[in-house]
Each structure stands twice: as structure tokens, then as C-alpha cells.
Design a protein around this ligand. Structure first.
Ligand code: 5AD
Ligand code: SF4
Length: 347
């Protein structure tokens, strides 16, 4: 088992030391293949809306960015994307949007989840990534058929979290939401940004230990990329962009060693920094990719960071799983073994 000091040592190794990285990534791939197999699962990503009530200091679609052109997909567009995913053999879709908590929104999501379940004869798995909500809302969406939820902690250090968010965004609230999601029966995913201003390799090592302590089922993390005009964009960053890419790959590999049986996504932000970024993520131990199914007409508006790639990835050379299973986190079945079946949903 790796200690905090060992993690710090690996994360802080000189970037000129590519041999150590090669060995680390190869070991992570071996561990992944033993624990969860060598297939890569696909999730169809549907970016429902870029309207958001929050004001995270790094984000291109923060509420305060009046230059962002706002959109919300129609029900027809969402259902068409989900139907496309189902007909193309994807096991599941991810519905992502900026944070909204009004009753109209909550009801709409509940309805869409039910409709996606119906159109796919119950076969499409549904992951939600819709921010902090009331516990009752999480319960309703789970009741409608969603079974996984992604809510990044963004930075597991409360001090760092506070420097990345306005004062009314609360770290404790986010933790509380992660706890509720687990208690409501979801497979829970979280993650952080890598290479942030004010962030050290010690912080990143602590992020990895945070994931293990929280006993998460899934993780999505990617390099931080400045979005011009956001408050954080001017803050000095300890790591150049190519260093953030390497750091992100090290984080993926080390997390795979720490938690062999979880699902780890190779994220779009990796691709924004390198044309083969997501492929490199898989080669460092990730096992999930999320091709974007958002209709092309609005895709350019879902800009969390600069230079977000709009085209999809090249999956040749990967053992990509396009089976009808949901590609559940193996960790989830292990963690919940013995729990009352009524509280769980897996396939
Ligand atoms: N750089 C990288 N990732 C970002 N996100 C938001 N803004 C940025 C940025 N500038 C990430 C956050 C959020 C996810 C949807 O996108 O981690 O949780
Ligand atoms: Fe909203 Fe998420 Fe961007 Fe924060 S990171 S402003 S919650 S979309």
C-alpha cells in the first residue's frame, strides 16, 4: 500500500523522468486489467444545458459570465441523443448540466429519466451530473431510474476549495451531498482538477487519499485549463500545460493502484491539452470514455474551459466495450455486498 510520502514522490518526480512514468502507467494498466478487465466502457454524454446558478471562479459557464451564450436542449433533443446512444449499443448515458434546483428543473429531469428508461426498454443506464441538490431530489431521480451520480469535489483541501470558489459555495455542503448520494443508493463518482493555481503535489496526494477514504465507485479528473475572462485565469499556476497533462496521467495511474476496481474516466480536458489525451488516459489506467452526444449546433456553447475539443475521439486500437451491460463499477458491487437488495440497482 502506498504511503502519502510515496504518492508525493511519484507526483513530484521531475517531468524529464519519462522512464518512471512509463513504468508507472504500465503497472496501472496491469492492475486495471487484472481487477476490471481490459475493456473500455463508453458513456454517451448529453450536455443538457449550460445555465448554472453557481459562480466557480475557474469555469467558463459560471453564472457571472454574461458573454456565455446560454442554451437548454429540448426534450426532443435529449431523447433523440439517448435513443441514438441506445441504438448504437452504448450501455449508458450521462446527463450533465450546470446547477439548477428549481422545481421545474427537478421535475423535468425526473420525467426525462423515466422517458429514457422507457425508450430503451429499461436497458440504458443513466448517470446524472447535475450538481448539489436536495436529498429529496436525489431520491426522486433515483426513483425515476438514475443509478449513478457524478459530483466532483474539485479540490479535497477545504482551504484550496475556498480559494477556487466564491464565499457562498460551501465545501461542507458538497461533502454532505456526496454522503446523501451514497445513502440513496447511487454509484458515486467524484474527482478533482489537476494543476490548479495554489495547488501543490501534496494537495494532489491528499486528493487520492480522499478518494480512498470516501470509498468512491468512480472518478473523473482532468487537468485545469484557464478560461480567459474568468477570475482564476489570471492567477499564477505552478505547472505549465504539458506538465498538467503528465500530472493528470500520474493521478490516473496512482488512483488505479490505490483503488484497482473502480471506474476511472479518461476526460475531455485531457484531450484539450493533447490530441491523443484521452487515449493516453486509457494507457495510464483509465477504463471509461464519454463520447459527446450533445447536438452539434449547441456543443460549442458548453465551454467550461478554453479549447474544449468538439470532435470525437479515435477509438481504433482500443478494446472498447459496446455491450448492452451498464459497465457498472465493480467496486460498487463489492462495497454493497450484503446490503438490502431493495436499496440497490445494478446490472
Ligand atoms: N478547467 C478544467 N476543468 C474545468 N471544469 C470546470 N471548469 C474547468 C476548467 N477551467 C470541470 C469541473 C467540473 C466539470 C464539469 O468541469 O471540474 O466539475
Ligand atoms: Fe456551474 Fe459546474 Fe461551472 Fe461551477 S463548474 S460554474 S457548478 S457548471
Amino acid at each position: 500500500m502506498m504511503t502519502r510520502e510515496e504518492l508525493i514522490g511519484m507526483l513530484g518526480a521531475p517531468f524529464s523522468d519519462s522512464e518512471t512514468d512509463r513504468e508507472l502507467f504500465a503497472e496501472a494498466v496491469r492492475v486495471r486489467n487484472r481487477a476490471v478487465g481490459d475493456q473500455v466502457y463508453l458513456r454517451g454524454l448529453i450536455e443538457l444545458s449550460n445555465r448554472c446558478r453557481k459562480n466557480c471562479l475557474y469555469c467558463g459557464i459560471r453564472n457571472g459570465n454574461s458573454a456565455a451564450e446560454r442554451y437548454t436542449l429540448t426534450d426532443g433533443q435529449v431523447l433523440a441523443a439517448a435513443e441514438y446512444a441506445w441504438r448504437s449499443g452504448y450501455g449508458s448515458v450521462v446527463i450533465q448540466a450546470g446547477e439548477r434546483t428549481d422545481g421545474v428543473f427537478v421535475e423535468r429531469i425526473e420525467r426525462l429519466v423515466r422517458q429514457i428508461k422507457t425508450l430503451s426498454d429499461g436497458e440504458l443506464g443513466i448517470t446524472l451530473s447535475l450538481g448539489e441538490q436536495e436529498r429529496e431530489t436525489y431520491r426522486r431521480w433515483f426513483g425515476a431510474g438514475a443509478h449513478r451520480y457524478l459530483l466532483r469535489i474539485e479540490a479535497s483541501s477545504p482551504e484550496l476549495y475556498a480559494r477556487l470558489h466564491p464565499a457562498d459555495h460551501r465545501y461542507e455542503k458538497r461533502l454532505e451531498c456526496l454522503g446523501w448520494l451514497k445513502e440513496e443508493g447511487y454509484q458515486v463518482g467524484t474527482g478533482v482538477m489537476i494543476g490548479l493555481p495554489y495547488q501543490s503535489v501534496e494537495d494532489l496526494a491528499d486528493d487520492l487519499l480522499f478518494f480512498r477514504n470516501l470509498d468512491i465507485d468512480m472518478c473523473g479528473m482532468g487537468p485545469y485549463i484557464e478560461f480567459p475572462g474568468t477570475p482564476l485565469a489570471e492567477a499564477p499556476c505552478a505547472f505549465a500545460r504539458d506538465e498538467r497533462l503528465r500530472l493528470a496521467l500520474r493521478m490516473i495511474a496512482l488512483l488505479r493502484l490505490l483503488m484497482p476496481d473502480i471506474n476511472i474516466a479518461s476526460t475531455t480536458a485531457l484531450h484539450a491539452l493533447h490530441p491523443q489525451g484521452r487515449e493516453l488516459g486509457i494507457a495510464a489506467g483509465a477504463n471509461v470514455m464519454m463520447p459527446n452526444l450533445t447536438p452539434a449546433v449547441v456543443r460549442a456553447n458548453y465551454k467550461l474551459y478554453d479549447n474544449k475539443p468538439l470532435q470525437d475521439m479515435d477509438l481504433r486500437g482500443f478494446n472498447v466495450a459496446l455491450d448492452s451491460g451498464w459497465g457498472d463499477s465493480r467496486h460498487f458491487s463489492v462495497r454493497t455486498a450484503g446490503a438490502p437488495v431493495s436499496a440497490l440497482r445494478e446490472k
